[in-house]
Unconditional design. Structure first.
Length: 191
């Protein structure tokens, strides 16, 4: 599974790089080197990025569409990267057990949040702001953490939860107010 995930990430990067070459150059790339499965995965990835980009853009009419795309790509790609980096075991709850007993170093929801937050902060966002969301704070077994992104000037409750932990590296997102978790903002000084 890990080898397949690595292969998928490489294929996605290649597909994006191919998209940057001219049509003449594209015709020189042997088409049979990309399998139908690779094409489906790449198309699924593009659809996810486009869907998240639209959801981010809808937060505020003043948002920059390019920046929305950057946030979407970064959140989705980096979630896959973190799953590989953590050598993730599915489901996420089982991976948590392995971290807690010392067989894995990272992969709890707050690790995902810290790492994804750092990556998104590197974008130096102009039309979005990042929040840290926490649900069931203080509960040993139920506490959950995630990144929340909102348009500049919007409150935490108006944002979108970006949750890579929930689906073991496949990014889940939803409006804070529509998600099943009772999200609350974690104050910035506690990050």
């Amino acid at each position: 599974m890990l080898v397949r995930l690595k292969y998928s990430v490489v294929i996605l990067l290649v597909v994006f790089l191919i998209g940057c070459v001219s049509g003449h150059q594209r015709s020189q790339i042997p088409d049979e080197s990309v399998t139908p499965e690779d094409r489906r995965e790449a198309e699924t990835y593009r659809e996810k990025v486009a869907s998240l980009q639209v959801d981010l853009a809808v937060l505020n009419r003043q948002t920059n569409l390019l920046e929305a795309e950057q946030v979407a790509q970064t959140a989705i790609q980096y979630s896959f990267f973190l799953a590989e980096k953590y050598e993730l075991v599915r489901p996420a709850a089982l991976h948590n057990v392995l971290v807690r007993i010392g067989l894995k170093d990272r992969g709890l929801c707050h690790h995902w949040t810290v790492d994804l937050m750092k990556q998104l902060e590197l974008l130096e966002l102009k039309s979005y702001q990042l929040y840290w969301g926490v649900a069931h704070r203080g509960s040993e077994l139920r506490e959950h953490n995630s990144v929340v992104v909102a348009a500049k000037g919007q409150q935490f409750e108006e944002g979108i939860v970006l949750d890579p932990w929930r689906n073991s590296g496949e990014l889940y997102w939803a409006l804070v107010k529509n998600d099943r978790y009772p999200w609350q903002e974690r104050p910035r000084h506690e990050w």
